[in-house]
Design a protein around this ligand. Structure first.
Ligand code: ATP
Ligand code: MG
Length: 474
């Protein structure tokens, strides 16, 4: 059979021509050739080296859709090769704030990977599989209806034909997974709420930017570590939940007096797990079906929060009735009662229980449900039983260990001669971390020794509180 490679002089002439072309290619000369010549060279190269080429256009199959593989390739190459590629393009991300580097036109990138299916020995022998990425941007004549602009952008991925299964089945999957992970890391987290009158939209969203972290949360260090461990275990237990047949969600009940850090802890959790937050205002929901609609429209990797659950609705049956008769109402309770009386909300306890463990609450997966309350004793036991609210976390008055965290945050001091006196008084006085934090805020920016001044203020406040509490017999 006739074959170019075995045809003597002609073959060697072709070989020489190809080698010359490769040399030119290496020198970057081919990139400078006119478009048609450049394409001809690449086709010849594919044929000569038995290469396969996959084209990844920017535009998806539907004219109005973006091709996810194209954006994944853009993200992957930008992240993996921004320190190696010689020509890059700088732009901003969707928020317009962070700089994103992408590979420039005419830049060729060689990536390597080891397919998982290969035996270890084989891998050693064969080495890594090489693939070549290239970005193309062609100017198109005006008037083409199928194009968004006058440029046709696409990537080509070229590799040896022998590695087709590995590249198609594994490498492209790896590119998609890596880019998803990068996007997840860089994404802007959102705070959603149902109470801001977002028109037809169920949820109104704003960017979630809360600086709280577990490092700055003042509470017993062992308790804090246990919560962090629990959260981490939860976030890595997808397979386990699937194995035991449970929806991948976890309920947290945070309870304690005002100003002890319940809302702050929710922000810490969201930052720790990199989750979005859905803050549900129950009094703004008219019916159980509306609550269901809201829940179905939440996404995974999120925390669904209902603050002050005891005041949001009259959920505690007989105890709720008793509360109605109290003459003096706390402001939160009063507000909730007023909205209830106006007939604004008809969400019931059973509606709420369905929200926690109903079938539809499992949609999406990986969700925390967090309730907060100042009065845990007023809640219906059915609402907070284990299995619904898996973790009950009490946030209490400020103790010395918690104070030390606050002193470090606010004053940048880890030890001070006045600490001993603070320790003594904190053991005798009930004060919230919010009140301690208030005393530790520097009041005079020009003061020479801010720490001593603030600690003296705190001691004075503690002393006054001690006297008040001993008069009232607290
Ligand atoms: N444990 C804490 N660690 C660090 N800061 C705290 C802590 N508790 C309270 N603070 C500070 O006090 C402020 C009020 O705290 P937060 O809103 O979290 O209290 P809360 O328990 O949610 O109160 P409420 O029951 O009234 O809703 C916070 O902005 C934070 O600065
Ligand atoms: Mg709060």
């Amino acid at each position: 059979m006739f074959s170019f490679r075995n045809s003597g002089g002609f073959a060697s002439a072709t070989l020489t021509a190809m080698n010359t072309m490769i040399m030119f290619n290496l020198m970057g000369v081919v990139n400078q050739l006119p478009g048609a010549l450049c394409r001809l060279f690449r086709r010849a190269k594919l044929w000569w080296f038995r290469e396969v080429q996959i084209t990844i256009p920017e535009q998806g199959r539907e004219w109005h859709m973006y091709n996810r593989v194209f954006s994944a390739a853009e993200c992957y190459l930008g992240a993996m090769f921004s320190d190696r590629a010689l020509r890059m393009k700088a732009g901003t991300d969707r928020t317009g704030r962070s700089i994103v580097l992408t590979v420039d036109d005419a830049e060729e990138i060689v990536d390597e990977f080891l397919p998982a299916a290969m035996e270890k020995k084989e891998k050693k022998k064969a080495g890594a599989i090489k693939v070549t990425w290239r970005y193309h941007c062609q100017q198109i004549e005006k008037g083409s209806a199928r194009l968004w602009n006058n440029e046709k952008k696409y990537y080509t991925l070229t590799f040896d034909a022998r590695h087709r299964p590995e590249v198609v089945n594994e490498y492209l999957e790896h590119v998609m997974e890596t880019s998803n992970a990068i996007e997840m890391r860089n994404r802007q987290r959102k705070l959603y709420t149902n109470s801001m009158g977002g028109g037809d939209r169920l949820w109104t969203q704003v960017e979630f930017k809360h600086p709280a972290s577990f490092a700055t949360l003042a509470m017993d260090p062992k308790k804090k570590q246990a919560i962090m461990d629990d959260l981490e275990t939860f976030s890595k237990s997808q397979d386990y939940y699937a194995k035991i047949g449970k929806a991948w969600k976890r309920g947290y009940l945070l309870y304690g007096p005002p100003g002890t850090g319940k809302s702050t802890m929710i922000a810490c959790m969201a930052n720790f797990l990199d989750y979005d937050v859905y803050d549900i205002e129950l009094t703004a929901i008219r019916h159980n079906t509306d609550l269901r609609r809201l829940i179905v429209n939440t996404t995974g990797k999120s925390i669904i929060v209902i603050e002050d659950i005891d005041c949001s609705l009259q959920l505690s049956g007989a105890r709720g009735e008793a509360r109605k008769e109290k003459k003096v109402k706390e402001p939160k309770e009063k507000k909730a009662k007023e909205s209830k009386e106006k007939g604004e909300s008809k969400v019931t306890l059973s509606g709420l229980l369905n929200f926690i463990d109903g079938l539809w609450s499992a949609c999406g997966g990986e969700r925390l449900i967090v309730f907060t309350t100042n009065h845990v004793e007023k809640l219906d036991p059915a609402l907070i039983r284990r299995g619904r609210m898996d973790m009950h976390v009490e946030l209490g008055h400020c103790e010395f260990e918690a104070f030390k965290v606050l002193a470090k945050n606010y004053l940048e001091v880890e030890a001070h001669p006045l600490f001993e006196k603070v320790r003594e008084l904190l053991a005798a006085v009930k004060i919230s971390p919010a009140d301690v934090a208030e005393q530790l805020m520097p009041k005079n920016i020009r003061a020479h020794d801010k720490a001593t001044g603030c600690l003296q203020d705190l001691l004075h406040a503690l002393q006054t509180l001690l006297e008040k509490q001993s008069i009232n017999g607290i």
